[in-house]
Each structure stands twice: as C-alpha cells, then as structure tokens.
Design a protein around this ligand. Structure first.
Ligand code: G3H
Ligand code: ZN
Length: 289
C-alpha cells in the first residue's frame, strides 16, 4: 500500500478501546521489522522517526535524514498490504514543514521550550499546512522528560493540565494530543506508574485522541488501563532498541570473528519484529487492518 494517514484507525481505536502502535526506527532494518510485524498481525501501524534519529541518519543534517526516511518509509509501506503511516516524531517547526513536503503522512511538533501560547500558535499554523495535504497532526502539552541517561526527578515532571489540554486541542485544531502523565523517555525498565486520575480529568474535558510517549518505562498494567481510558496511539522506542541490540550483542558475543553485518543485523531485525508483534497484540490492534 502507499503510505496512509492512519487517523481513521486511531479514531476507530479511540471508540473501540484499543491503540495503534507507533514504533520508532533509527535504521533501515528497524523500519523493515515494523512493517513485517504489522503485516503478520494484520494491524495498522506507524513507523516514526524522531528528531535525533534524523540527525543520525542524515549524519548531522536533519533534512538529509528526512529525505532518506521519506524514501525508506514509502518503500517499506509499499512492501505490505496493511495501512502504514510515516510519522515525524518530536519534530521542530522546520522539520515538520519539510516532512510534510516530502510526503510524511503524519507529523508531531514538539513545543518543548516554548510558552503555552507560542506552542499553540506554531501548532495551529503547522496544523493548517498538514491538513492541506491530509496529513495527521500531533502536538504536546506538558512534558515527557528526555533525560538521556542523566538523573531526573520524577516529582518535578510537569503533567498535562487538563484545562490546558482542552484549550490547546480546541485552539490548534490538531488531530491527536500527546499528554504527559508521568512517563519518561528512554527508560530500560518498566518502573513508571501513570497518573490515571489526570488522564481521567483530561478525558472528561477533551475528546481528542490521546497519545502516550515514553511507553517503554511504563508498567504494562498502566498502559492497558490507559488504553481503556482513551490513549489510542502508543509510542514505543527503547523497548525495540533493546530487542534489536540484545540480539546483535548475542550474535557478536558468540562469534568474535564475525565481520559480515548481515549476519548480526538480520537477527536484530527478527528480534525487533517479534517485539513489535507482541506490542501490537498487547495494544489490541492485531487483526484491525
Ligand atoms: O517518541 C517516542 C516515544 O515516546 C518512545 O519512548 O523510548 O520510552 O519507548 P520510549
Ligand atoms: Zn516521545
């Protein structure tokens, strides 16, 4: 299939109490693993690429990274018969505009560092551009920290304020809203409990489909609960990187003489595919394409 805007599936998930999985890719093999898993599970899925992955893929030039990924995402989607979206994750204003021009079917503006009012005004502007080509627009209110291995203080996390979520959704016209419920990016163990009271408050004021960031560090119990309460796009990155890298490490540990990258990248790709499949089933998206 050509790349799709999977908003109709996100809206259906919203109504039926399941979630579309949005899976981060940093390399070709990771994108291949995502679409292969979606195909086997007969599920809609999102390949997403973050600002930092673009920097890596473009060797320091994010626009070059976007061009690589636009081509890879298109071919990956065309290799399967289930709906696949290509999403820019945590993009800057410039990257969002460039991604839309390159055919991404979904974009997220990360307003981290902007005031609430500036976040609204940029997101609204970008949303008009996204909608002019029928792309899906996501933005965030509150903060899901990106500690990058540094210490962070769980108590200081700025959760989404329910009244701001409703105001933001209304003022910007965005399709999906990323909310901060206590999760943190990049954790390698499931140690976080979501603030489900905050989620219920947001849900009571805003009907927009909600997005969970930082799911790798959140207990599965809370993810499950959150999905039943209105989280209908769930982002997964670190958990996939763990599966991919662990498999490669095992191969290399077993054979110190190995030099052919295909012999360790293929097991990495397979391991990630199994993890994506497991997440798709866990989110209730299996068979929904
Ligand atoms: O935007 C990407 C995600 O929020 C993934 O976070 O690495 O904690 O799974 P994670
Ligand atoms: Zn995120």
């Amino acid at each position: 299939m050509t790349l799709q805007n999977v908003l109709p599936w996100i809206c259906r998930a919203h109504q039926e109490g399941w979630a579309v999985g949005a899976f981060n890719a940093n390399a070709l093999e990771q994108a291949q693993a995502i679409v292969a898993a979606a195909q086997v599970e007969k599920a809609p899925a999102i390949i997403q690429v973050s600002h930092r992955a673009l920097t890596y893929i473009g060797s320091g030039n994010e626009i070059q990274g976007l061009k690589y990924i636009a081509a890879i995402g298109k071919i990956a989607a065309e290799s399967v018969t289930v709906p696949i979206a290509l999403h820019l994750d945590h993009g800057t204003e410039t990257e969002v505009l460039q991604a839309i021009a390159l055919g991404f079917t979904s974009v997220m503006f990360d307003g981290d560092g902007y005031s609430f009012e500036e976040n609204i005004s940029i997101a609204r502007r970008l949303c008009e551009v996204a909608h002019s080509v029928e792309a899906c627009m996501e933005a965030e209110v509150g903060e899901v920290p990106k500690p990058d291995g540094k210490e962070f203080d769980e108590a200081s996390i700025a959760l989404t304020r329910p009244e701001e979520a409703a105001q933001f959704a209304e003022a910007t016209g965005i399709d999906t809203l990323a909310v901060a419920l206590g999760s943190v990016h990049g954790l390698t163990t499931k140690q976080i409990s979501l603030d489900l009271k905050c989620l219920a408050e947001i849900r009571s004021r805003a009907s927009i489909p909600l997005v969970l960031h930082g799911s790798s560090g959140v207990s599965d119990n809370d993810i499950k609960q959150g999905i039943t309460m209105g989280l209908c796009k769930v982002n997964v990155a670190t958990q996939l990187n763990q599966a991919f890298t662990d498999a490669i490490r095992n191969v290399l540990n077993r054979d110190g003489e190995l030099v052919d990258p295909r012999q360790y990248l293929a097991p990495g790709r397979n391991a990630q595919m199994e993890t994506v499949r497991e997440r798709i089933r866990f989110f209730g998206a299996s068979g929904k394409a």
